[in-house]
Design a protein around this ligand. Structure first.
Ligand SMILES: NC(=O)c1ccc[n+]([C@@H]2O[C@H](COP(=O)([O-])OP(=O)(O)OC[C@H]3O[C@@H](n4cnc5c(N)ncnc54)[C@H](O)[C@@H]3O)[C@@H](O)[C@H]2O)c1
Length: 439
């Protein structure tokens, strides 16, 4: 592929405001973690932006800078945090409530965390049945609420002297809804906002407000926010990068590590049963069938797309895939995910694999929030806009432009991410071709 001339990528100068709708377990673990790293009392484990490297040129060149050396990313010291929530607790109180990080660690970060207070949320209980809003905006219409969010962002940027803003949705999973005609075009959507159409979800109001201002929006939950034609039209108009959806952590991360391996070796799969117990607020919200449906759709799509049963009917046509999430308060944020995988090999002989992943949900999600914030800010400075497919690496249910299927294989996703960085900078892509055999 001919390479484009090197585009001018604006350097990451000045402060970056990271705004999070939803300041619960994931958001506070992320914010506290960045403060801990800044103070030298923790390491940013799991973040490509902070710890990843990228190979350039032939292996003989031995040129492997860190990603941070390679492209200009915001420094952790230049980040300012903010967000919205329907609970009026500051970030320190919310982190204590979430119970993910140790009290001793949070105590040492009390001052900066207590200073972060959520702005009033745009919330509608019909979209998250298990929560009741207290710290919530009121307005004359959904358009009025969107305008209030835009004012929040402008004031935040001004008050904190931020050069740029990005948004990562870390709020609760909304109930499953199919897109309707109000989501089909920007004109319909804006009309719907003015009429407070019931089909417009709170997350879509945030997405609209961000795209209107050209602020990159990344969706960590499975509900529809930026993956509707109306918002994509707006993102094109305002040259805004958007990405989604649903952070790929825990069980789905394991699935997209294991399934590509089985498929590479052409091992068949008869069944894959996945069940989870989890006891945090996210688990409580997902106990509602509507919110669970959003999650289920997002989790189920993974195997079909990795395994391509239509191309390998002998191996995957009869695959039975089942996913369960059980709310179990004693476990808090420390989820346990079991997988039973019924596979078969040579001549159809059957085998079984059992995975028991005792994971920590928010610990796995926090570095994803950081990378999505820093990479989407990079994308904006590099002139990229619309759906950022190269960020599929971070998502359970990656968004794609119309007519394309999503890529779920974690290793292809990583290759795509790194090749996109090389391409953006104007360097050769890595093909892994063994050209020396032909010399
Ligand atoms: N932790 C993971 O591994 C993981 C993985 C994939 C997706 N997610 C998703 O990330 C999101 C956050 O997870 P969590 O564990 O932090 O949940 P959480 O329940 O601890 O936090 C969510 C917060 O969002 C707030 N909220 C709900 N609706 C809001 C709105 N409209 N505006 C502003 N705030 C709102 C809630 O009050 C709550 O404080 C969830 O949607 C979850 O499904 C998490």
């Amino acid at each position: 592929m001919p390479l484009q001339p090197k585009p001018t990528i604006k350097a990451a100068q000045g402060k970056l405001g990271i705004l999070l709708p939803g300041m619960g377990a994931v958001a506070t673990t992320f914010i506290a973690g960045v403060h801990a790293v800044r103070q030298g009392i923790g390491k940013p484990i799991g973040s490509l932006c902070e710890m990843g490297t990228i190979r350039l040129g032939a292996r003989t060149d031995n040129n492997v800078p860190t990603i941070r050396e390679y492209v200009s990313l915001a420094e952790l010291d230049d980040i300012v945090f903010g967000g919205w929530d329907l609970f009026n607790e500051n970030c320190y109180e919310a982190a204590i409530e979430a119970g993910v990080l140790e009290k001793e660690l949070l105590e040492s970060l009390k001052e900066p965390l207590s200073a972060i207070k959520p702005m009033k949320a745009v919330f509608d209980q019909s979209y998250v049945k298990r929560l009741r809003g207290e710290h919530v905006k009121t307005g004359t219409s959904k358009m009025d609420l969107a305008e209030q969010l835009m004012e929040d962002m402008k004031s935040f940027q001004k008050d904190n002297g931020c050069d740029r803003l990005v948004v990562v949705w870390c709020a609760s999973t909304e109930v499953y809804r199919e897109p309707t005609s109000v989501h089909a075009t920007l004109a319909n959507f804006e009309e719907g906002l003015r009429n407070s159409d019931d089909e417009i979800a709170p997350s879509q109001i945030y997405a609209y407000a961000c795209c209107k201002l050209g602020v990159p929006f990344n969706n960590g939950a499975p509900n529809l926010s930026v993956d509707i034609p109306a918002i994509q039209e707006l993102a094109r108009e305002t040259q805004t990068p958007i990405s989604g959806k649903d952070f790929k952590t825990g069980q789905t991360l394991m699935k997209t590590i294991l399934a590509p391996g089985f498929k590479s070796r052409l091992l068949g799969i008869n069944g894959w049963f996945s069940t989870n117990i989890l006891g945090n607020r996210d688990g409580e919200v997902l106990d509602d069938p509507g919110s669970f449906k959003s999650k289920e759709v997002s989790k189920l799509s993974v195997l079909d797309s990795v395994l391509q049963p239509e191309k390998y009917p002998d191996l995957y046509k009869d695959l039975y895939h089942k996913v369960r999430i059980n709310y179990y308060p004693p476990r808090g944020d420390n989820k346990e995910g079991w997988d039973n995988i019924d596979i078969f090999g040579w001549l159809g002989y059957e085998m079984q694999i059992k995975v028991d992943f005792l994971c920590r949900d928010s610990i796995l999600a926090a570095p994803l929030v950081l990378d999505l914030a820093l990479f989407s800010d990079f994308a904006k400075r590099a002139g990229m806009h619309g759906i950022q497919e190269w960020l599929s690496f971070y998502y359970k249910s990656p968004m794609t432009p119309e007519g394309l299927y999503p890529e779920h294989d974690l290793f292809i996703q990583l290759a795509k991410l790194k090749n996109t960085l090389r391409y953006t900078v104007g360097d050769d892509l890595i093909t892994h071709l063994g050209a020396e055999y032909y010399e």
